[in-house]
Design a protein around this ligand. Structure first.
Ligand SMILES: NC(=O)c1ccc[n+]([C@@H]2O[C@H](COP(=O)([O-])OP(=O)(O)OC[C@H]3O[C@@H](n4cnc5c(N)ncnc54)[C@H](OP(=O)(O)O)[C@@H]3O)[C@@H](O)[C@H]2O)c1
Length: 405
């Protein structure tokens, strides 16, 4: 909801690994108080001042708010059109902020991939946000913009070429290169810990339609891939993609929220490609194994302690060199209504999780604050909230490409 406010955007969590990259990107690309009025937010004044000195200058205003202090959250959200938050794990620190945004009609975007928490936010806030015109948009990073906007793009092209939406899309990760941050690892660990304590959360994680509106949580898709199999269309061995459990649910929610433009029988899945022949099978097995170990390590065990020791701590993440040499390449095997196959593509420059993610999140926040976007509200997905305006921004500014055939 865009009213006259002191700021267009507050980046809350600007002292963290990803928040700092978002602030750096905004400062370098847009300056301050020129096209957008923005501020850096966090809980610790001294830390924010230090990060501001490293990535911007003291013309950038600072806003202090702590997730434990509801009054500070209320005050912060009333000063801005859009809150752009990188304070995670979101299930630990994000719920009161979403509530404050809905109460004060402040639009919101984040980087969460915590499906169980998104389900909670939908249950608690979709109806009131829809009624009062607030846009709450989760998953504005690597999960799930390339998938959600990729399917949005492929379906637009399919419709333009054939007059009908594609009946099935298989997204295959052809290649990607990057690293992981401590915040992302903490968020993943928190999802797994919550699921171990509360079995109903496990149900949310494995139901392909668990982010759909209540009563619409069914369809033709099954659980995400759990093993290594040969994919004839991709002519490659494929194995589980760790983000599939988030992305596929977001794509299905987009379809449902938009009134099923992809059709009620639309099928979608994601996996990683490892190539053909014995080498491809071996590569898939060797890549899937360590991910399986991380996912299965129980809290308090020797294995979990060893993994925790080796992976980054909150505030840490991949180096500038790793970020700048990173990239990703997604293929979209798109089955049209007449059964013909078109292979579309989405690529991103820089590492997926941080270099590219910080640009995608920043452009989403600007899109919410400034662009002519669909008149919809509630707990939304990127494609439903921002559609063509975001597609343009991603291609013009954020280093993504989208192609069909
Ligand atoms: N979807 C994606 O593609 C994607 C990509 C990257 C990251 N992420 C997610 O983004 C989140 C952040 O990751 P990160 O690596 O940037 O984490 P991080 O470096 O640990 O940063 C976390 C931020 O949260 C702040 N914070 C912690 N507790 C707070 C509280 N009680 N009140 C206010 N602020 C508080 C920290 O402030 P201090 O500096 O004061 O400690 C810091 O600014 C994680 O949930 C991660 O999973 C998602």
């Amino acid at each position: 909801m865009n009213k006259n406010k002191e700021f267009d955007i507050i980046i809350w969590g600007a002292s963290g690994f990803t928040g700092r990259l978002v602030a750096e990107y905004l400062f370098k690309k847009y300056g301050i108080n020129d096209t957008i009025k923005w501020a850096m937010g966090g809980r610790n004044q001294a830390k924010l001042e230090q990060v501001r000195a490293e990535v911007a200058d003291d013309s950038v205003p600072l806003v202090i708010a702590d997730s434990k202090d509801e009054a500070s959250l209320d005050q912060m959200v009333q000063r801005t059109k859009v809150i752009c938050t990188t304070v995670g794990p979101y299930a630990k620190y994000g719920s009161k902020l979403v509530a404050a945004c809905v109460a004060h009609q402040t639009d919101y975007c984040d980087l969460t991939g915590e499906v169980q928490w998104m389900r909670r936010m939908i249950d608690q806030h979709h109806v009131s946000a829809k009624a009062n015109g607030t846009k709450i948009v989760h998953t504005c990073g690597f999960d799930s913009i390339p998938s959600d906007m990729g399917v949005y793009f492929m379906q637009k092209e399919a419709l333009a070429q054939t007059g009908q939406p594609a009946k099935q899309i298989k997204m295959r990760v052809k290649a990607m290169k990057g690293g992981m941050s401590g915040g992302t690892y903490a968020s993943l660990s928190n999802v797994l810990a919550e699921a171990r304590e509360d079995k109903s959360i496990y149900g949310v994680l494995i139901n392909p339609y668990s982010l759909n509106p209540k009563g619409e949580d069914n369809g033709p898709d099954k659980r995400d891939l759990q093993s290594i199999v040969y994919d004839k269309e991709a002519k490659s061995w494929i194995f589980p993609f760790i983000m599939a459990g988030i992305n596929t649910k977001v794509v299905r929610r987009s379809n449902a929220l938009a009134g099923y433009p992809y059709g009620k029988n639309f099928r979608y899945d994601e996996a990683m490609m490892s190539g053909d022949g014995f080498k491809g099978r071996l590569k898939g097995t060797l890549t899937a194994l360590p991910i399986g170990l991380v996912m299965s390590a129980k809290p308090g065990t020797f294995l979990k302690k060893m993994i925790d020791k080796r992976l980054p701590k909150p505030g840490e993440g991949p180096s500038k060199t790793t970020r700048e040499s990173g990239f990703y390449n997604f293929k979209f095997f798109t089955r049209l209504e007449d059964n013909s196959l078109v292979v579309g593509k989405v690529t991103g420059d820089m590492d997926p999780g941080y270099g590219s993610t910080s640009k995608m999140l920043a452009e989403s926040a600007i899109c919410l604050a400034k662009d002519n976007i669909p008149d919809v509200s509630g707990v939304l997905t990127p494609s439903v909230a921002m559609g063509d305006a975001l597609l343009k921004r991603l291609q013009d500014n954020a280093g993504l490409t989208f192609s069909f055939g």
